[in-house]
Ligand binder design. Structure first.
Ligand SMILES: Cc1cc2nc3c(=O)[nH]c(=O)nc-3n(C[C@H](O)[C@H](O)[C@H](O)COP(=O)(O)OP(=O)(O)OC[C@H]3O[C@@H](n4cnc5c(N)ncnc54)[C@H](O)[C@@H]3O)c2cc1C
Length: 254
């Protein structure tokens, strides 16, 4: 469900179109998350803004169901679209998508959504699980565009092996001094993990204050994941830290 708190009625976003997509590659990113890379069947470039999502129309015996998925890849003027899908036990949409084979096709409706960056400058991205996907689209796009303001990602998962895109994020942080990634594990296994632990809201204030102290302007926060986490992080930022609403942007998955 979309959080419309940062809705911009003047947004020049295009109306969504319905198009067919063909699965080109798939791979597991973690024990429960699968990356699916599709291409538009008509070969047309996919125009969208980093942070947007599409509805996938998923065939079921009793008819079609619709499920929203954030576009995990950055806009690039090509026909490709990437998603990262958490398999929800017993969930018809995610189960169908995890079972798709290369060459299978689907209909999609989009792009949709207003969870996009309207301001340059420093950004703190806060994501849990596959909530990191629209954030990935945003920071990949920003870095490719040459943005040099601090772009920090606070990424919360349960276990170490749930850190999807870990290699890629390490490489980005090595390549771009303004990009940093901070993980926090809510349920670390054994004693091997010596990084942050607990929920993202435990660490959001410290990172936000550190970014603000860099003196590079207002820090916008982009939060994505399940409703409970978003509520907790928004309460921290808006009620406890008294940040103005225009600095806090969020998208919820449930
Ligand atoms: C704007 C938007 C973007 C989304 N983008 C993504 C995405 O990029 N990747 C993705 O995996 N999901 C995403 N979702 C969630 C997705 O639309 C489905 O809700 C999800 O795949 C479950 O569908 P289902 O039919 O398998 O299960 P259902 O039976 O429809 O859902 C069962 C329950 O699963 C929970 N759930 C939903 N999403 C997740 C999740 N990601 N992780 C754990 N539990 C979840 C919810 O509590 C939901 O009520 C997005 C949702 C929205 C509204």
């Amino acid at each position: 469900m979309r959080d419309t708190s940062d809705r911009d009625p003047g947004s020049p976003l295009r109306p969504p179109e319905t198009f067919e997509i063909v699965l080109r590659t798939s791979q597991m990113l973690s024990p429960v998350v699968k990356e699916l890379t599709f291409e538009r069947a008509d070969g047309k470039a996919m125009h969208f803004e980093a942070g947007q999502w599409v509805n996938l129309l998923i065939p079921q015996q009793e008819g079609e169901i619709k499920r929203a998925y954030s576009i995990a890849s950055a806009p690039g003027g090509h026909a490709r679209l990437q998603f990262a899908i958490t398999h929800v036990e017993g969930g018809p949409g995610s189960t169908y998508l995890h079972r798709m084979e290369v060459g299978d096709s689907l209909r999609a409706v989009g792009p949709q959504g207003l969870f996009v960056r309207r301001h340059g400058g420093p950004a703190l991205f806060v994501g849990t699980g596959t909530g990191v996907t629209p954030l990935r689209s945003m920071f990949q796009h920003a870095l490719a565009q040459g943005e040099t303001a601090p772009l920090w990602l606070l990424f919360g998962v349960r276990h170490e092996e749930d850190r999807i895109y870990a290699d890629e994020l390490r490489e980005l942080a090595a390549a771009y001094p303004n990009f940093k990634v901070f993980y926090t594990l809510s349920q670390p296994k054994g004693g091997a993990w010596d990084g942050r632990t607990g929920y993202v809201q435990t660490h959001a204030r410290g990172l936000y204050e550190e970014m603000t102290a860099l003196g590079q302007g207002d820090v916008h926060v982009y939060i994505c994941g399940l409703q409970k986490m978003i509520g907790n992080v928004r309460d921290l930022l808006r009620k406890e830290m008294e940040l103005p609403r225009q600095l806090v942007h969020s998208e919820r998955y449930d």
